[in-house]
Design a protein around this ligand. Structure first.
Ligand code: ATP
Ligand code: MG
Ligand code: MG
Ligand code: MG
Length: 471
């Protein structure tokens, strides 16, 4: 079914309202009353108050379309078809009401029924936890999914120490052979760089308590928490190769084409830049609209880094002056139907973005001055710019290596590329080490862990900020 993104969002809400859910509005990206979280990163993150019992919902069945920011995916953005730093998660939740059976049945009906998404059931696969025989039986016997489409994955269990925990089941869409390898089991492992089997929906079954002595006992109140990526569903409905080719992004990309005079889909390298810019301007616009501002630490640093990354990539499109602020209006327009706030604040957002861009362009000028000094001393020696100098320009002044190369080449200086790569690799390792704790866990689920074990929580966001800084 060819559907607009806004239609899919509305259909999801309508479907679950028909099933007796109440609609929870999308909460701001900057968490309210919650200092364990830097950004709202999933649908459940805004519903903590219900999951931890602080508030009793008027209706234990909830549906939402929640804007989310995930900085752990920055490096993927521009390179994979499916990752964003800002995206929308559609979710249905049960607070001690329905459980696995209904959750699975609802998901299947929404995806495959002609009245709703009308997806070809022959293209759907699911993953389950190996010991979750109940989920297996539901998929196999109740839904009728053949055994070869139900893949057991050890990692399909969220557990963050003491507190609620449980298995999950994820639904994947097979985009077909043109997208690559054929072994779904291998490709569905978390972190696998799969382009063929697209993860669209995660259903989490909170059913055990992880006790202090590391035993697991059934929870008296079982909860359901699900998350579906709107951009991914839209790419399937519109039958396009990446999320960026949907109606959520194309108008932004067209605006970048107009500003740069460069065409999308002509060069692989430039396409990455188009995607990075289109992604980051959404994140920047929404984050500022929700009260964040560029700064040197925390949330503001994430924002600053995203903006600089977008500017850096824009040089690939021969853009050398502030331009991101010119994209805010189109973001506002695309998102207005469900998120009127960006449009309402667009003048302010543009002002902040423009001044941050101006500021970065000044840094770029400082970088040029430093580069000149570096080149002068290279000329005294071997006409080689060291890897650490090139890295410093990249890291501190936001110089893409290609830019440095272009400038040094004019002076007959070459760059120690191996040395530069080495510095980049070390930086990635530092970032990875900082992230390691969270890498193996699923972000959507971490939030729940934080609810019940605040004192044990080791600081996902802290390591995240650290990786931001060293990234
Ligand atoms: P992936 O394995 O593709 O990185 P995930 O397992 O980290 O996704 P979950 O934490 O399970 O994602 O989030 C639930 C759903 O939200 C995913 O199934 C996907 O549809 C969507 N989603 C997650 N991260 C992103 C992202 N960075 N950009 C766009 N959509 C996302
Ligand atoms: Mg992920
Ligand atoms: Mg996954
Ligand atoms: Mg997942």
């Amino acid at each position: 079914k060819n559907l607009k993104a806004s239609e899919i969002r509305q259909m999801y809400i309508d479907f679950f309202v028909e099933k007796g859910h109440m609609v929870e509005p999308s909460a701001p990206l900057v968490p309210i009353d919650d200092d364990t979280l830097l950004w709202i990163n999933s649908g459940v993150a805004t519903l903590k108050k219900y999951f931890d019992g602080r508030e009793v919902p008027k209706n234990p069945k909830i549906v939402n379309a929640q804007k989310a920011i995930r900085t752990n995916d920055i490096e993927n953005v521009g390179f994979t078809a499916r990752h964003h730093t800002f995206f929308e998660m559609l979710g249905n939740f049960s607070i001690g009401d329905y459980f696995k059976k209904e959750a699975i049945e609802y998901a299947w009906e929404f995806l495959t029924s002609d009245k709703w998404m009308a997806m070809d059931p022959g293209k759907l696969y699911v993953t389950i936890h190996p010991e979750d025989t109940e989920a297996y039986d539901l998929w196999h016997e109740v839904i009728g999914l053949e055994e070869s489409r139900i893949i057991r994955i050890e990692g399909n269990f969220w557990d963050i120490g003491e507190g609620p925990s449980g298995p999950n089941t994820e639904i994947f869409y097979d985009r077909g052979e043109t997208y690559g390898k054929e072994d779904p089991a291998e490709e569905m492992y978390p972190g696998g760089e799969n382009e063929r089997y697209l993860e669209v929906w995660n259903l989490v079954f909170s059913e055990f308590n992880h006790n202090a002595d590391h035993t697991y006992t059934p929870l008296p109140n079982q909860n359901i928490d699900t998350g579906m990526g709107l951009e991914r569903m839209t790419s399937i409905a519109q039958d396009v190769p990446t999320n960026y080719d949907t109606d959520l992004f194309i108008p932004i990309i067209e605006q970048v084409e107009a500003v740069s005079g460069v065409k999308y889909l002509q060069s692989k390298e430039q396409d990455i830049a188009f995607k990075v810019i289109a992604d980051h301007i959404r994140t920047i616009s929404f984050a500022i609209g929700d009260g964040a501002l560029p700064a040197n630490e925390g949330r503001g640093y994430v924002l600053r880094r995203l903006l600089r990354r977008a500017v850096r990539f824009s040089q690939t499109l021969n853009i050398n002056e502030p331009f991101l602020y010119k994209l805010v209006d189109i973001v506002a327009e695309i998102m207005e139907p469900y998120y009127p706030n960006v449009k309402a604040q667009s003048d302010f957002i543009k002002k902040v973005v423009k001044s941050e861009e101006d500021r970065f362009h000044e840094t770029l000028e400082d970088g040029l001055a430093i580069l000149n000094t570096m080149m002068n001393s290279a000329k005294q020696k071997d006409n080689i710019l060291s890897g650490s100098d090139a890295f410093k320009l990249y890291d501190t002044y936001g110089f893409p290596i290609e830019l440095t190369e272009e400038i040094t080449a004019q002076e007959g200086i070459t760059i120690d590329n191996d040395g530069f790569e080495d510095e980049m690799r070390q930086q990635r390792e530092r970032a990875r080490a900082a992230r390691q704790k969270t890498q193996s866990m699923q972000v959507q689920n971490e939030v729940l862990g934080k609810i019940t074990t605040p004192s044990k929580f080791v600081g996902y966001e802290q390591s995240e900020i650290q990786s931001e800084i060293t990234d």
